[in-house]
Design a protein. Structure first.
Length: 224
């Protein structure tokens, strides 16, 4: 049976939507700070139109539940909820750091990834994942957390890479407390919806989807 999942990600400066149909992924991605509400629904509409697929024929809606900007995470949550409620579809909340780790793994052909996002206020969101290069599924090694760049606990292992826009912004502070062998890559990677669809399919197969009304953002910091 063919699996059809729509994924939405708006937790950072980047905005993206992706559609998984069986093993084929299509994505719309744009680096567009403060334009997520203008872009995300047209992206979704374009993907569905190109695939000649009606929303009610989807199996689930996945979304980047956080961590990330409060506004961005709320956008993804509300859009996913709105679509899912209208068509009685389950939703699959995804870690934005897991999506970032999968993207870093794919780009750099590495299975062990520390994902770092800029949390503002001189802090970072970070987590460690092991990514299966074949299935594109991430397994948590160190759970998603928030803290000062100097607090990140990087493994003394050259098989790990550190990726993400947060790693670029706080490079010097992270390296000041890191082992010299740490591979900190400063290409400004962001979470992509296309890197979340495989995780969503795996979670959906284990009945990890939830009813739309129970979809909630994942915040590591309280809003002011």
């Amino acid at each position: 049976m063919m699996t059809k999942i729509l994924a939405i990600e708006t937790a950072t400066e980047a905005c993206s939507a992706a559609l998984l149909i069986d093993d084929e992924v299509r994505e719309r991605f744009e680096l567009a700070p403060r334009r997520h509400t203008d872009l995300i629904l047209p992206m979704v509409a374009e993907l569905l139109a190109d695939a000649e697929l009606a929303i009610q024929n989807l199996d689930a809606i996945a979304f980047g539940a956080g961590p990330g900007s409060f506004t961005g995470v709320r956008v993804a949550t509300s859009v996913a909820q709105g679509i899912a409620l209208s068509h009685d579809l389950p939703v699959v909340p995804l870690s934005c750091l897991a999506m970032l780790a999968i993207g870093g793994s794919r780009k750099h052909n590495c299975t062990h990834v520390v994902a770092v996002m800029d949390a503002r206020r001189q802090e970072i969101y970070f987590a460690s994942y092991q990514v299966d290069l074949a299935t594109k599924i991430a397994t948590i090694l160190v759970p998603d957390a928030i803290g000062a760049p100097e607090k990140i606990d990087l493994p003394n292992d050259p098989n790990y890479i550190v990726v993400g826009a947060g790693a670029e912004v706080y490079r010097e502070r992270i390296l000041s407390v890191s082992d010299p062998n740490v591979r900190l890559l400063t290409d400004p990677l962001y979470p992509h919806a296309a890197d979340g669809v495989w995780q969503a399919r795996s979670l959906l197969s284990t009945n990890a989807g939830v009813a739309a009304e129970f979809a909630e953002p994942f915040y590591l910091r309280r809003a002011l």
